[in-house]
Design a protein around this ligand. Structure first.
Ligand SMILES: [Zn+2]
Length: 177
């Protein structure tokens, strides 16, 4: 199983929010990478923080429409994701699902009966890496979206695999098997 951050990993990361389907633009090669993971038999699940919901920047219907665009574009490329998990809360809500908390990842593990120590969590932010570690999964960093902010936390990146983008990360993973 692979767990992917959405913004800045699958699609381009705008300055603030992906607030409409039109804002959802795939990073070149990311959809094809998901297709390759599908073909290799991986479950692919998306897990992302979407605080714009709690902050009133967009509603759940809009978020569903954004995901529908992702599903449609993936389908055209010949791929799919097995599930999309999101945290709709704001940081001050102190929920257990917002990364860097591990709640969303633990729920995915439970839902798919997956042992998270065998699961790569591919993200571009410090919160993705911390959540992966807290859940007992394997953190992987890709250098797309706002990844440069993450590189300032060198201590936290010790032992983390780093790849140019999702396509390179998936290729490296598949070559191990
Ligand atoms: Zn939450």
């Amino acid at each position: 199983m692979l767990i992917l951050e959405r913004d800045g990993v699958i699609n381009e990361e705008p300055e603030e929010f992906v607030a409409s389907p039109a804002d959802w633009q795939p990073i070149p090669g990311s959809l094809e990478a998901i297709v390759r993971a599908n073909s290799a038999g991986y479950h692919v699940v998306v897990a992302s923080n979407q605080p714009g919901v709690a902050q009133g920047r967009f509603d759940i219907d809009t978020l569903n429409a954004i995901h529908q665009r992702m599903f449609t574009e993936l389908s055209v490329a010949g791929g799919h994701v097995d599930a999309v998990f999101f945290c709709p809360h704001a940081p001050q809500d102190k929920c257990q699902c917002r990364k860097p908390q591990p709640g969303m990842l633990l729920e995915i593990g439970t839902r798919f009966h997956a042992d998270l120590q065998d699961v790569q969590v591919i993200g571009n932010s410090l919160g993705d890496i911390q959540a992966a570690r807290a859940a007992g999964a394997q953190p992987v960093l890709v250098r797309t979206g706002k990844w440069q902010q993450t590189m300032q936390h060198k201590q936290e990146l010790v032992g983390v695999s780093v790849y140019e983008n999702l396509a390179a990360a998936v290729d490296a993973l598949l070559s191990l098997n």
